[in-house]
Design a protein around this ligand. Structure first.
Ligand code: DAH
Length: 378
């Protein structure tokens, strides 16, 4: 009978005893072979086939790389089955050598193929389970987010955008002309003082307010004009809980025909409601600014005590948010607008103050220290 021609299953059927668990069968055969017992060439072929069949079954069932490796060592290792077989085959009588040699080569090639396949299957399964295991806790990425000052700026811009305002901007290094002269600020006004304002050697300054953006906008655009201009401004203050050497403002300017104080009030009222909710009341108090006439200061009812009076609002029930007013005819003339035709209002609000109110921040300096324990809260 051509032993090699036997199917693997019939080889198995012809084998004695049950298939051993683990690598026991391979070990047993290997031990028999190395033990020097006389084994007929036919029996040798049967054992090769049995071992290979066993390998196929075990590798198909292998659940992890360790199991595959155990089979590999038992079959292909230095003390493994095929090593032992190759020694025994040397003593097989000449006439049977071809058959047994064939069984050996085919068996070893087949076993190697199954080993490779099982290894690949387990590797793929590991990869696949990695990408689809939705039950694993996600890996948190630490991404940055907007600074509270930017959150407030963006919210303000969004609110005014809905009212028809567009964003304008100007440089932080300004001319005295744009920052003071064109804004109708008298030559002896205290804000021009070197003790209050940062001057460069060439006479330019760090802008003290966002109001020069009004001048830049009007000098480069025909009326009507409706802009907001957020940005950083600089003053020579000693830093404390409510002052810094630089802070942020958002400027507003609306120029058209027949703009009145009622328009100003309704815009400021709407802004307050949008920003802090309907329960906020606003109050306009007479004030003075060189570039507006009449001028007002614009207060929100205190959100901490709901207007009853507390340390934050210094018992007044109100908190100052902005300066505002009707644009002074002198300013309109300075930029070439005819005050007989055009009128308008302007306002300038402190961004830090809005942020401190919304987030209940007690000290302005937290906003600049870049301490992540603080910033993470927003
Ligand atoms: N620029 C003023 C300041 O920094 C705020 C201000 C007041 C702006 C009245 C205005 C305004 O546009 O009309 O104190």
């Amino acid at each position: 009978m051509n032993i090699i021609g036997k199917t693997i299953s019939s080889a198995l059927a012809g084998a004695q005893g049950p298939i051993e668990a683990g690598t026991g069968l391979f070990t047993k055969i290997t031990e028999e072979l190395t033990g020097g017992a006389a084994i007929s060439p036919e029996e040798l072929c049967t054992r090769i086939n049995r071992a290979v069949t066993e390998a196929q079954t075990r590798l198909a069932a292998a659940a992890d790389a360790d199991e595959v490796e155990a089979v590999r060592i038992a079959l292909m290792g230095r003390n493994g089955l095929f090593q032992a077989l190759s020694k025994v085959i040397a003593d097989v009588p000449k006439e049977a050598k071809r058959e047994v040699g064939k069984a050996f080569n085919c068996g070893r090639a087949q076993a190697q193929k199954w080993l490779d396949e099982a290894g690949l299957r387990i590797e793929r399964a590991a990869d696949a389970s990695e990408s689809i295991d939705v039950t694993l806790p996600g890996r948190m990425r630490t991404v940055g987010h907007k600074h509270p000052i930017n959150i407030i700026v963006d919210d303000c811009v969004e609110i005014f955008r809905r009212m028809g305002f567009v964003v304008a901007s100007g440089p932080e290094i300004e001319t005295v002309r744009n920052n003071f002269d064109q804004l109708n600020t008298p030559a002896d006004h205290p804000s021009r003082d070197r003790g209050d304002t940062f001057y460069f050697a060439d006479g330019r300054i760090l802008r003290t307010q966002t109001s020069p953006v009004q001048i830049r906008t009007m000098e480069s655009h025909e009326p009507p004009v409706r802009i907001v201009a957020p940005g950083r401004v600089f003053r020579r203050d000693t830093p404390d809980a409510t002052h810094g050497m630089n802070f942020h403002q958002i400027e507003g300017l609306y120029i058209d025909r027949n703009v009145s104080m009622a328009d100003l009030k309704s815009v400021l009222q709407s802004f307050a409601w949008e920003m802090y909710g309907k329960e906020v009341k606003i109050r306009l108090r007479p004030h003075f600014f060189p570039f507006t006439e009449p001028s007002v200061e614009y207060d929100f009812s205190c959100m901490m005590c709901k207007g009853k009076g507390c340390p934050v609002c210094k018992q007044s029930g109100y908190i100052e948010i902005a300066g505002a007013g009707m644009v002074d005819p002198n300013v309109l003339r300075n930029v070439g607008y005819d005050p007989a035709i055009w009128s308008g209002f302007a306002f300038g609000m402190g961004i830090e103050r809005l942020a401190m109110l919304r987030y209940r921040i007690g000290d302005i300096r937290y906003l600049y220290e870049n301490d992540v324990r603080f910033l993470e809260q927003f």
